[in-house]
Design a protein around this ligand. Structure first.
Ligand code: BV8
Ligand code: ZN
Length: 244
């Protein structure tokens, strides 16, 4: 049983608005490896950052398509864990609750979180790599790397690759939610990837209490007022209990 500092719980109970940023660590207990975990099988010899880029796709669309096809298959089989479900329940405890995720697996929505700000896209969606703007659900016609029916360009997964800008509307919402909250949680993220990793600092600069829940110290631990280390699937249900 985790004992949360009583001052932390009473500050959280008084909070009107709470913003949460999650990273790959929140999906780890659903069986989805994080970026820092060694990838398994065929992908073991690749650093995901080498595959999650426009250059990699230009060089070898088939390889990148297969990388995401495998990750999508894994995400399809994955089920939300108690950490996802606790966050979905937590949103009802506060006047304003914003959930921002770096994850592309769609598990927060499957767990019942009502509005998720997906900073890095969603690997269940695909889009045209050309200019026709086609966005759709995953097609799996077994082709090497399927092409867009409208314009013939290769189809690609609708996630934000390294070196690509984040979706403006989502980033705007995430920044607003980070600048206007009483408590900011950073959960299951190494706090390395920009600009997501700067949201906590924005919150803190506006006077928010910064709470880190992570398996181990991260690049943003130094900013945290409260640090709770362990598995988010264990910590979050107990935090929810302490709030009820
Ligand atoms: C951009 C989708 C403008 C794809 C992802 C400033 C400084 C330095 C570099 C940059 C900078 N600005 C931009 C950059 C470049 C780059 C960047 O940040 N690089 C990093 C590596 C330094 N950023 C970008 O390119 C971004 N674009 O800034 O646009 C621009 C435009 C043009 C030219 C230049 C700039 C785009 C970033 C988005 C990349 N896409 N995902 C895909 O998924 O395939 S990011 C991807 O990696 C994930 O989404 C995740 O967010 C991120 C990190 O992955 P992980 O480390 O695995 O996960 P996480 O960080 O969440 O760490 C896991 C943590 O969980 C660990 O701490 C672990 O201890 C913990 N954990 C594990 N198990 C548990 C747990 N915790 C709790 N419970 C557990 N059970
Ligand atoms: Zn097209």
């Amino acid at each position: 049983m985790i004992t949360f500092p009583s001052e932390f719980i009473s500050r959280l109970k008084k909070a009107k608005s709470v913003t949460v940023l999650t990273g790959a660590g929140v999906s780890k207990e659903s069986g989805i490896p994080t970026f820092r975990d060694a990838q398994s099988g065929l992908w073991a010899k690749y650093n995901p950052e080498e595959l999650a880029s426009p250059d990699a796709f230009r060089r070898n669309p088939r390889l990148v398509w297969d990388f995401y096809k495998d990750r999508r298959t894994a995400a399809e089989k994955a089920i939300p864990n108690p950490g996802h479900f606790s966050l979905a329940k937590m949103e009802k405890l506060f006047e304003t609750f914003s959930l921002i995720t770096q994850n592309v697996d769609g598990l927060h929505a499957s767990a019942g979180s009502s509005s998720v700000i997906e900073l890095h896209g969603n690997l269940h969606r695909i889009k045209c790599s050309g200019r026709c703007g086609m966005v759709g659900h995953w097609v799996d016609d077994g082709l090497a790397a399927p092409r867009c029916q409208k314009c013939g360009a290769f189809l690609r997964v609708d996630v934000v690759w390294f070196g690509e800008s984040l979706p403006e509307a989502e980033l705007e919402k995430a920044m607003l939610a980070s600048q206007n909250c009483d408590v900011f949680f950073s959960i299951g993220t190494s706090g390395v990837v920009q600009p997501a990793a700067s949201l906590g600092l924005m919150a803190r600069d506006r006077g928010a209490v910064f709470v880190e829940i992570n398996y181990e110290p991260s690049a943003i631990s130094r900013l945290a007022d409260y640090k709770i280390y362990g598995q988010s699937g264990t910590i979050l249900p107990q935090l929810l209990q302490a709030l009820l």
